[in-house]
Design a protein around this ligand. Structure first.
Ligand code: SF4
Length: 293
């Protein structure tokens, strides 16, 4: 505009809701709490299976949005008593200016990003100074998948995960398991070994269930057995907190102490019962878990 670059999506909100924090998914960040969640328009990827394609792939102007300035958004949150805010539903990094301005106004609100990890190093480091938690999608562990199905770049996503971890932001990873596309033990092993070596065995990993959507209606839903098999693969290779998601299974979503093996959080759907923790220490053995409460 007038020779200046402007963020045309600045402040344009497509979606607002209060969600269980487990829906982000974040299982180790204030478990059992609710989080005010907002999304905008657009994305820097174009995944063929996007569940939110109506906002992520919609051009600005086509989808109805509501404008809220950062000051109005923060005032609304305070008035409602919300203490946590997630930028989610579409990709938050393309809302960089808006998120940064909102964060600056609200040091009293815990900010969270749910991201595909496609963001340059400098703006990510900048955002990491203000956010408390981030969930990053690792969509697959092969370049071809990123190139052919998403228009993304695996190395950039790995780098973002490593930057977020090094910034001491609470980090969890999501791996959506798509039958026939990214569900081999070999590929998942590469992902798990990288997470173990370059991040930490304590980083929670969520293997989530694919449902047909958008341009991939012909691909079947992920069998629960596949999710449980991959969960076991990750646990057998040293990851301490591996969950299955988008599916009701008791075995796949509870949290156990990695030291003594006792269950410390029971989850049934979005019902969460923290039964074995004092702060973030296990009640049974005193081990400190990677959980923020
Ligand atoms: S990165 Fe997320 S929001 Fe963007 S197209 Fe892919 S699934 Fe949709």
């Amino acid at each position: 505009m007038d020779g200046k670059l402007v963020a045309y999506n600045y402040g344009r909100i497509s979606t607002m809701a209060v969600d269980p924090i487990e829906k982000k998914p974040l299982y180790h960040f204030h478990p059992g709490s609710s989080i005010f969640s907002i999304g905008g328009i657009g994305c820097n990827m174009h995944c063929d299976y996007c569940q939110n394609y109506s906002i992520s792939q919609s051009p600005i102007g086509k989808k109805r949005t509501t404008y809220k300035s950062p000051a109005d958004l923060v005032a609304f949150c305070r008035q409602q008593g919300y203490t946590q805010m997630a930028f989610t539903y579409n990709e938050p990094s393309i809302w960089y200016e808006y998120i940064r301005d909102t964060m600056d106004l609200a040091p009293d609100i815990d900010m969270v990003l749910v991201s595909n990890g496609m963001i340059n190093e400098d703006p990510l480091k900048d955002l990491c100074k203000g956010i408390k938690a981030i969930n990053i999608d690792v969509k697959a562990f092969r370049d071809e998948f990123y190139k052919n199905l998403c228009g993304g770049d695996l190395e950039a996503v790995k780098s973002s995960c490593e930057i977020a971890y090094a910034s001491k932001v609470h980090l969890e990873l999501t791996y959506l398991v798509i039958p026939g596309y990214n569900d081999t033990v070999d590929e998942v092993l590469k992902f798990v070994k990288w997470a173990h070596e370059h991040l930490s065995p304590d980083i929670p990993i969520h293997f989530t269930r694919f449902h047909p959507d958008y341009n991939m209606m012909a691909v079947r839903t992920t069998p629960v057995d596949t999710l449980l098999k991959l969960q076991k693969v990750a646990e057998d290779h040293g990851m301490h907190h591996v969950y299955v998601g988008n599916v009701l299974t008791d075995e796949g979503s509870n949290t156990y102490c990695p030291e003594c093996g006792e269950m410390v959080i029971r989850r049934t759907g979005y019902r969460v019962h923290v039964s074995g923790l004092s702060g973030n220490r296990c009640n049974y053995c005193g081990h400190r878990l990677n959980i923020i409460r």
